[in-house]
Design a protein around this ligand. Structure first.
Ligand code: NAP
Length: 253
């Protein structure tokens, strides 16, 4: 078990749940997101486990604020053993109608920021010969699903490669691939509950996603797909004809 974890997007949803479950295991935390008040609430909540949860409010899309997070990861006096790259948001699937600036911000938060933070965290982890990097991808990374699926596919491919490359030196890299999970994610896209038009059985609970993924992280897996139903769906993506898969990827939003 790591001693200290830095979690991006820790102010709500999956990130806040990683904070709760890691704190319950005695891991000290650095909580990163834009909403300082929400981070402070999470920090106070996990305080009941007796761990220190530092609040580092930063907009990861602002280069100067991102630099603060990079600086925290590099601090030799306060080493970070686990990095959870979780911050993210979604856009409507209609790429041609989305603003290109929104698409560029989406690509930066989902791909460039995790790549930069992984690069920063790796050097001291490799020096110490231990560390865990957890990249929150998505089942959408296995399916053609506009730029969201493409960004998450990048994280899966990168994590598979990086885990093979660095595992032997004590640093594991895991892409966590949740299916639809109850968090603020869909609401923040302006979708009312149920508006994704999906059956109830497709929805997961953040607590289960985080608990199962942390077991896979502890085993050093390169890819974690929480829940049997989504493991089966990912299995199907490997055998379904491309046209059918593309129409599945058009569901929702
Ligand atoms: P969420 O509740 O909306 O959480 C998103 C988090 O990202 C928030 O803490 C938000 O905090 C942070 N964030 C957004 N923009 C940021 C920025 N510019 N700088 C710093 N932090 C930023 O959604 P979630 O479902 O937990 O999403 C977490 C991850 O899971 C995402 O990568 C998402 O793609 C992935 N995922 C979600 C689902 C799902 O169905 N929910 C499924 C598969 C994968 P602030 O607003 O305070 O900055």
């Amino acid at each position: 078990m790591p001693r200290t974890a830095l979690i991006t997007g820790a102010s709500s949803g999956l990130g806040a749940e990683y904070a709760r479950q890691l704190a319950a295991r005695g891991v000290e935390l650095v909580l990163v997101a834009r909403d300082r008040a929400a981070l402070e609430a999470v920090s106070q909540e996990v305080g009941r486990y007796g761990v220190d949860a530092e609040v580092l409010a930063a907009d990861l899309l602002d280069p100067r604020q991102l630099e603060k997070v990079v600086g925290r990861l590099e601090d030799p006096d306060r080493p970070i053993d686990m990095l959870v790259n979780n911050a993210g948001f979604g856009l409507p699937l209609s790429f041609s109608r989305n603003s290109i600036d929104d698409e560029a911000r989406h690509l930066a938060l989902l791909v460039e920021v995790p790549m930069r933070l992984t690069h920063t965290a790796l050097a001291p982890m490799l020096q110490r010969g231990s560390g865990r990097i957890v990249n929150i991808a998505s089942v959408a990374g296995f399916i053609p699903r506009s730029t969201y699926g493409a960004c998450k596919g990048w994280l899966i491919s990168f994590s598979r490669w990086a885990n093979g490359r660095y595992r032997g030196r004590g640093v594991t890299v895991t892409a966590v691939c949740p299916g639809f999970t109850h968090t603020s994610f869909h609401e923040r896209m302006g979708l009312a509950p149920g508006q994704e038009g999906l059956p109830d059985w497709l929805w997961l609970d953040a607590r289960d996603v985080v608990a199962e993924s942390l077991r896979d992280v502890a085993r050093g897996r390169s890819v974690s797909v929480p829940s049997l139903r989504y493991k089966l769906i990912v299995g199907l993506t490997k055998v379904l004809p491309a046209g059918l898969l593309a129409s599945v990827g058009e569901r929702g939003r």
